[in-house]
Every structure is written in C-alpha cells, then in structure tokens.
Design a protein around this ligand. Structure first.
Ligand code: ZN
Length: 608
C-alpha cells in the first residue's frame, strides 16, 4: 500500500465511521421525531378529550341551570296558584255569608205560616249548615198588615240578627184582621229596604195570600180594595224595585192563591230582569221549610258558581265575551246539509293513560266536516256541528273552540290540560265500574260511569286566530249538573253513585287526586251516567288547569260529602273534618216526593 492509498484508506475509514455516526444520529433524530409525533398525537388526543370533557361539563352545567330555572318557574307558578286558590276559597266562604229577610203578610189567614217559620227555623239552619259548612246567616223579619191599623200595629219589624233572637221575636208576632181583601204589600217592601243588609248574598223570602192595594196589582171587585187608587202610575213599585236592584236582592215569592198573580207580573216588570225573582207555588204551610231551604241553597250555589267561573276564566282572555264580538257571530241552530260542506284532513291528538295515571299523547290524522256557523255558545266556547270519519263511517260530533283568543300556543296547553283531565277521569271510572260489579250489595243503585272522550283537532285552515278545536261524540239528552268543584251537591238528584265515585277516586290515588264537577246525561237505560268536562283537584298544582283547586279543593269536597250506602259498601274511609250530618238525606227524599207540586210555577228560567 502506497502512502497515498494508505492515507486515502485511512480517510475512507474515518468517513465511513463518520457516516455511521451520522446515520446513528439520524436514526436517533428519526426516533426522536417519531416519538415526538407520537407524543404530539397523544397530546392531540388528550386535547380532544379535554374538549369533550369541557363541552360535556358546559352542557351539564347549562342543563343544571336550565333545570334550576324550570324548577324556579314551577315553584313560582305553584306559589301563585296557591295564593289564587286561597283567595278563591276565601271568596267561596264569603258566598256562604247570607242575609235572609222574611217578608210576611200578617193578617188572619197567615198565622199557621208564621208559626211554621218560628217552629222550623232551627231545623232550617241545621239543614243549610250540612250543605254549606261555612254558613254565616243573619235573619230579619218584616210582618205587614193593612192601612186600617195604626203604624205600630201595621208592621212587626226585626232587623238582621241571630236565630235565637229571631225565634223569640217571631214567637210574639200576632196576625190581625186585614179589613179588605188587599194588604199594604208596598209598605212591607218599603220596610225591607231600610234593613241593615250587608252580607254578600241577600235574600228576600216573601209569603203572602193577598195582593197589594191598587188597580194595577189585582183584578178583585172594587169593593174589596178600600185604596183602589194606590200607586196608580206604578211609580212607588218601580222605585222599590230599583232599590232592590241596588241592594242586589234575590227575591223568592211563595205563592198561595191566584189573587197575587197580577201583582207578581207587575213586580217582574219592575225588576226588568235586573234581579232574580222566583215565584214558587207553595200551596200549604208544610211546604214552607223546603221552599226556604231550597231558595237559600240556590242563591248560595249560584253565587259560588259564578265565582268559580270567573276564577277559571281569569288571565287567559277567557272571560265571557258577550260584548262587541257577539254581534259579529251569527248562529245556525240547524244541522247543515253535509253534502255542501267540504271535507278536510286534520291532525288529531288524543291521550291514553296507564294504571299509574300517566298519560301519553297519540297523534293521528282524520277527515272531518265542520259546520260553517256555531249552533250554540257557552260562557267561553262556541259549539259547532261536525262529522268525523271513523273507518268507512261518518260519526256525528260536536266541535268546540274558545272565543276571542289571541295566543294559539297557550291555547294548546289549555286544551291538553282538558284532555289530561278527561282521560284520567275516564280511566278511574273504568276501574270503578269493574269494582261496582263485584259488589253484590245495592247493585240496583250502582250505575255505570263513562266520560265522553275528547280529542284535540288542529285545523290550519280554520278562520280567525284559533286553529284548535276539541272534538267529541254528539250526545242527545237532557244535561244535568250533579256536583261542582267547590263541594256543591245537587240535592234534587243526589246521584249516590257519583258522590261515591268522587270519594273513591281520592282513596284510589292515595289522597293525591279527586274527580269532581260531575255533569252530563243519565242515558236511556237509566244504568249509565255519561259525563263530560270533569275537574280534578290534585296535590300537583301544575296539572289540570285552573279548575284544580289543590288540597283546599279536596278539603271542600269532604266538608259537604256525606258518605252514602255505596261509600259504605266500598268501605271508603271517612276523613278528618268530613261532614257527618245525616239529616240532609232524610229531608231530601221528603222534598223530592213533594217537589212536583211545589215547584210547578217556577219562573226563574225566564228571569234569571
Ligand atoms: Zn263517601
């Protein structure tokens, strides 16, 4: 090897080693880089996980805050409802504060009627208390005779007081000879105006067998009225009734003879439908007690129902709109010729409920026909005839929609609450019907209960702002109210099955709900009640809308509910503070037997 080549070989050896070193270094860099990429991809992964976690926790946080907001809103709603319900209960109790004035003809023939009032006044109050647990009653007496007597003998007057003082006063009232065939009725009416009326419900109970003086008040021969020219132009009578309107009196007249008929016609004209005047054919003094009890009960119930109506209508524009709008609505009471009505496809929502009383919504579509004009109106809704296709048949239906509503979304909620309520009531009724069958006792008095099922229809083409309707089967029959949602019971038809059903729903739901406000039709076979529009009082105030009066509503039911034979058969438990008065049932059956002879001249429907 020459020097050159030895150098070069030495050189190449060192280059080789250099390259090897370089390669190693390169490998190391490459490894490092690989590791680095791996690291960075791991970093990426971790970063991604972080992002996911962060997103999740943000979502969770916002869902928690949403839940908090919901819970807060719900709490506020419940608090608001509780306050409203308490105010409502107070108003209902006040509607049981009554002033009752007895205006009685105290001439000869009337003595037995006055004795009857005195003898039965305590019983009357006891009966009324069994129906109205918060009854606060004050009594007054105005007895009138005739103009032939000096003023102090012409009238017997006791201003409003309690039943004991009333009883002792009436015990002292004596009848006197009246002179002619007419009495100073206007004088008596005049005295009632000056009494200290101050309770929310004011009732005048007038019993007389003779008319007032004056040609315009009777058709008796001239010699039977010594003051024939009295109130010739009717100005005195008119002024009196204007004062009655101001006082907001409810006037009940117990009719004994036809001699008073012309006078009552005059009175009704003076009232001009501004006050409630009812004339009941009393016939004899034995009917006095039911007459008095029914007059007072009806007045209280009417006041309570109008309170309940305004309570459930408030806030949603649902107040009775019999104002300017009404003039624009035209009605057609006759069913239309369906061939001329176009068919339309609509969406239908119905509810289904399980044994836990949880409802689920079912959507379907169907074909319907709706009459152009409504055939009737209620306080809040208009009713239309309609047909609904069921497979290949057309069923007659009634469609109802709220009047004068601007907000469809709120309305949908309202309708769904209604569906929820009916579906649960019907589910409970089906369970109750099965129960009833398995009890052998008193099966004759137990009837079946059914609720007319309501569905919700959405018709985008419907006129005006409101596109929702409720739809239900058309049922012909005479409609009756058996109870309401404030403890009212129809004593003329107490419907024991329905009373027991309400009580049973309370036990079935462990005290969380009660189905009330039962109304509808006692159908053909007399074995079934077909009911509509029930209310449910529930401990959950967020359900069933504004007619749900919660625990106070449940309490009110039991304050007037007297357990009947069906409750006993079903072994339903009494609850604390439940009414145990038994006198009501005895009295009711007594009254019902005589009812036809008593109330055969009720003119209330024409004038209330
Ligand atoms: Zn009961």
């Amino acid at each position: 090897m020459d020097k050159k080549s030895s150098v070069s070989s030495r050189h190449s050896a060192s280059t080789l080693s250099d390259i090897a070193t370089l390669r190693r270094q390169l490998d190391a860099i490459e490894r490092f880089e690989k590791q680095n990429t791996h690291e960075s991809s791991r970093l990426d992964e971790i970063r991604k996980q972080c992002d996911v976690l962060q997103k999740e926790s943000i979502e969770r946080l916002s869902s928690i805050s949403q839940k908090q907001i919901n819970a807060q809103e719900q709490l506020q709603f419940v608090l608001k409802r509780t306050k409203e319900i308490n105010q409502m209960m107070k108003a209902l109790q006040e509607s049981e504060s009554v002033d009752v004035c007895f205006l009685m003809d105290c001439t000869n023939s009337m003595q037995k009627f006055i004795i009857e009032v005195k003898d039965r006044i305590f019983e009357t109050i006891r009966l009324l208390k069994s129906r109205f647990s918060h009854l606060n009653i004050r009594l007054a007496f105005v007895g009138y005779r005739d103009l032939n007597l000096p003023e102090e003998r012409q009238f017997s007057i006791l201003d409003f007081t309690d039943e004991d003082k009333f009883h002792s006063f009436v015990s002292m009232v004596k009848c006197e000879y009246g002179g002619d065939a007419c009495e100073d009725v206007l004088g008596g009416l005049q005295k009632t105006v000056h009494l200290q009326w101050n309770q929310p419900v004011r009732i005048l109970i007038h019993v007389a067998d003779c008319p007032s003086h004056g040609r315009r008040y009777h058709d008796l021969p001239e010699h039977k009225d010594h003051y024939l020219s009295s109130d010739n132009d009717g100005a005195i009578g008119q002024e009196l009734f204007d004062k009655f309107v101001q006082l907001d009196l409810k006037y009940f007249f117990g009719r004994l003879t036809s001699h008073t008929d012309k006078m009552m016609e005059q009175f009704i004209q003076f009232g001009q439908k501004r006050i409630s005047i009812e004339e009941i054919n009393l016939k004899n003094f034995q009917n006095l007690l039911p007459f008095i009890v029914e007059s007072i009960s009806r007045s209280i119930s009417k006041t309570a129902s109008s309170l309940l109506k305004s309570h459930s209508a408030v806030e949603s524009n649902l107040q009775n709109t019999k104002t300017s709008r009404i003039s624009r609505i035209s009605f057609d009471s006759i069913e239309p010729d369906w061939l001329n009505i176009p068919m339309k496809k609509v969406q239908v929502i119905k509810y289904q409920c399980n044994d836990q009383l949880v409802c689920e919504q079912i959507n379907e579509s169907t074909n319907i026909k709706i009459a152009e004009k409504p055939f009737a109106e209620g306080a809040m809704r208009l009713a239309f005839y309609g047909l609904m296709q069921n497979k290949d048949k057309w069923e007659k239906v009634v469609l109802k929609k709220y009047k004068n509503i601007h907000n469809n979304i709120d309305m949908k909620e309202k309708y769904l609450e209604l569906l929820d309520c009916q579906t649960i009531a019907d589910h409970l009724a089906q369970e109750f019907n099965k129960l009833s069958l398995s009890t052998n006792e008193s099966t004759s008095t137990i009837k079946k209960i059914k609720f007319i099922m309501t569905k919700l229809v959405f018709d985008p083409e419907s006129e005006g702002n409101v596109h929702f309707f409720t739809i239900e089967r058309f049922i012909d029959g005479s409609y009756k109210k058996f109870s309401n949602n404030a403890g009212y019971v129809n004593h003329e038809d107490p419907a024991v099955t329905l009373q027991a059903f309400s009580h049973w729903t309370y036990e079935r739901t462990n005290g969380n709900m009660i189905v009330v406000d039962l109304q509808g039709i006692d159908i053909g076979d007399n074995q079934t009640y077909l009911l509509t529009d029930p209310c449910i009082h529930s401990t959950d105030l967020t359900r069933f809308g504004r007619t749900n009066l919660g625990k106070p509503g449940i309490k009110r039911f039991f304050e007037t509910h007297v357990c009947n034979s069906i409750c006993q058969t079903l072994k339903l438990k009494m609850i604390e503070n439940q009414s145990v008065t038994k006198t009501s049932s005895k009295y009711d059956s007594n009254f019902i037997e005589k009812k036809s002879s008593i109330i055969n001249k009720s003119i209330s429907s024409k004038h209330s």
